[in-house]
Structure formats: structure tokens, C-alpha cells
Design a protein around this ligand. Structure first.
Ligand code: AMP
Length: 189
């Protein structure tokens, strides 16, 4: 079992443009090549399934965490290194956090947004100190990043909280940021 794992949030749909699939495969391979296992939502659908299969094919450890209600045979991925079936979405997100040392969001929908914003909020509240990155493939997240900047401008988010989030169009760049001394850590006081 690899002890270093990245939690990947991404769509349960494939997206219209097949380049999203290519980007998800490339991201998973780079994460594994960098020596990380993958923790994710445990499904075999959409970009989630693509990421899991690509990481497994690259020889990586892939751990899924899925609530019982979603784990029906159609959705849960049965070929993972480990699949934890939990009671609730809350338990799932807590376990995904515990099993990982960092988070990376790939393109997705509301579920991806929910997970990304919770990881960021928990970081802001110092519930964890794990870095949160966005793989901003083809500018997919640009409107969200603009909204986050607007939140700072309008006084709803502190600059130092905004600085906790790193977005990049390069997975390798995100991985070196996760691995290096990180800017944006909140002071301990
Ligand atoms: P969405 O972005 O709305 O497609 O939701 C994807 C995210 O929510 C993933 O990162 C999962 O952790 C979770 N999720 C949503 N739908 C499923 C599903 N059918 N099976 C497993 N996880 C899911």
C-alpha cells in the first residue's frame, strides 16, 4: 500500500468533449508516476471511472470510498485496490480526507464542486492542513476562479484563504507544488 495518496474529485459524467477523458487519463498517470496512490469516490462511471482505471493500469493503488446507497453493482468499481462502503456522504468525505495528503479537483459537476469547496472550507478552518489544487484543464474552472476572486474583492473571503487554493493547467506543476514548501499556509495563531 502506498502511504502517499492524493484525493481526486471529478465528474461522474464523461463530459461532452472527449479531451476531458484524455486529460483525466493523463492526470491519473502523472499522479501515479509521481509516486502517489489515488483516493476517490469509488464509482466506475464518468471521469471517476476513467481516473481509477488509468491509475490502476499505471500500477497505482486506488482506494474508493462510496456510500452504500451509491454502491449498487451498477456504480461501484469492483476492481479497486480497496473499496470502503460507508453510511453517508459525510462519512465518505471524512474518510477520503483521512486517507489522503492532498486534494486535486478535475472537471466535474455539483458533486465535484461540493467536495472541492468542503476541502477548501475545512482547510480554511484548519480542520485539516492538506493542500487543495485544481487541474484547470482548458480553463474549465476560470469562471469559478473569477467568482473566488470576486469574493475576495467583495470582502467575503480573506486574501490568505484565497491563496490556499492553487489552480494550474499542468498536473506536474500542481504535483510539485503539493510536494514543495507551500505558500499560503495559514499562520498557526
Ligand atoms: P459530479 O461532479 O456531480 O458528477 O459528482 C462527482 C463527485 O461526487 C465525485 O468526485 C464523487 O466523489 C461524487 N459522486 C457523484 N456521483 C457519484 C457516483 N455515482 N458514484 C460515486 N461517487 C459519486
Amino acid at each position: 500500500m502506498s502511504s502517499r495518496r492524493i484525493c481526486v474529485f471529478c465528474g461522474s459524467h464523461l463530459g461532452r468533449d472527449e479531451r476531458f477523458v484524455g486529460a483525466a487519463i493523463d492526470a491519473a498517470e502523472r499522479i501515479v508516476r509521481a509516486g502517489y496512490g489515488v483516493v476517490y469516490g469509488g464509482g466506475r462511471v464518468g471521469l471517476m471511472g476513467v481516473v481509477a482505471n488509468a491509475a490502476l493500469a499505471a500500477g497505482g493503488e486506488v482506494i474508493g470510498v462510496i456510500p452504500g446507497a451509491l454502491a449498487s453493482a451498477e456504480v461501484a468499481h469492483q476492481g479497486l485496490s480497496a473499496l470502503h462502503v460507508v453510511q453517508s456522504m459525510h462519512e465518505r468525505k471524512a474518510m477520503m480526507t483521512d486517507l489522503s495528503e492532498a486534494f486535486i479537483a478535475l472537471p466535474g459537476g455539483f458533486g465535484t464542486m461540493d467536495e472541492l469547496c468542503e476541502a477548501l472550507t475545512w482547510r480554511q478552518l484548519k480542520i485539516h492542513d492538506k493542500p487543495v489544487g485544481i487541474f484547470n484543464f482548458e480553463g474549465f474552472f476560470d469562471p469559478l476562479l473569477s467568482l473566488f476572486d470576486r469574493m475576495v474583492d467583495e470582502g467575503f473571503v480573506m486574501e490568505r484563504s484565497r491563496a490556499l487554493l492553487r489552480a494550474s493547467s499542468s498536473i506536474d506543476e500542481l504535483l510539485s507544488w503539493l510536494d514543495g514548501p507551500r505558500n499560503g499556509n495559514l499562520p498557526s495563531s
